[in-house]
Design a protein around this ligand. Sequence first.
Ligand code: LER
Ligand code: MN
Length: 293
Amino acid sequence: MLYSVSNWIYDLGAEPLDVTFDRLCRYGFDGVELIGEPQQYDAAQVRQKCEQYRLRVLSVLGWCIAPTDSRDLANPDSRIRDNAIAYVKQSVDLAAAVGAEVVVVIPAPAGRTAPLGDGSGDGAWQAAYDREWRNAIEAMKVAAEYAEKKRRVLAIEPINRYETFLLNNLDQGLRYIHEVGSAAVKLHLDTFHMNIEEKDPAQAVRKAAGLLVNVHVADSTRGPVGSGHTDFQAIVRSLIDIRYSGPLTMEPCPPHPNGIMAARAKAFRGLRDAYAEQCITRLREFEAQAVDH
Ligand code: LER
Ligand code: MN
């Protein structure tokens, strides 16, 4: 298992790389997930800092958060979808430039909780949903062709229903990947979203065997491991049983109802070291117990 942190939780990636990398290095992380803001990074500088702190960029997180007119692969407006495809390609280029294999993709923006258009009656909702599903499939096919060429993997992240309407759980993720039909499109799971959407998160991990390439980690409270009721012991055991060798990427948020506000709030900065240390320490314990078993 590799240990990583998604740096959007640190001021949406605006925390200086030296501060972030020094923290990860101190607590024994293997790498980092960079927020998918290609303009924010100088790839040569990122590579130099990785060498200095003995870290790797393990993934890039496609930052598809509403409101956005440029990153929405499902949108009924084809110009917006074209922008979104261009954005995924730029994220793939960033990943290639910093040596990351995986780009996490959220097909419809987190924060948009309904299909666009007339979604009032049952039938209208379903028709609008189906239209956006098809849009997101067709757009992803184009992005996937580019990722294949660049030898990168696009990992689809199901997000809970309070943040998105399109793709909430493992089964929808598997169906989506099947319908896109590209070897470059795989799966990402997030323990916080699974806690809301899966009957049995550890079982969902088993079902994802062979396709799972990245995992976000936060407890049921969205705080660090140990702050909620998620059964990480069972999840880690499933990961070991399916021979998962990718990253466990920490995404714990301070206690605020809005994760993005929490990531930016100065008042919470003092929690960053403690959260990083708590997550890796507890997960390592679960990993050691599962291996001993
Ligand atoms: C992104 O990885 C994520 O989990 C979203 O919930 C962010 O809003
Ligand atoms: Mn996540």
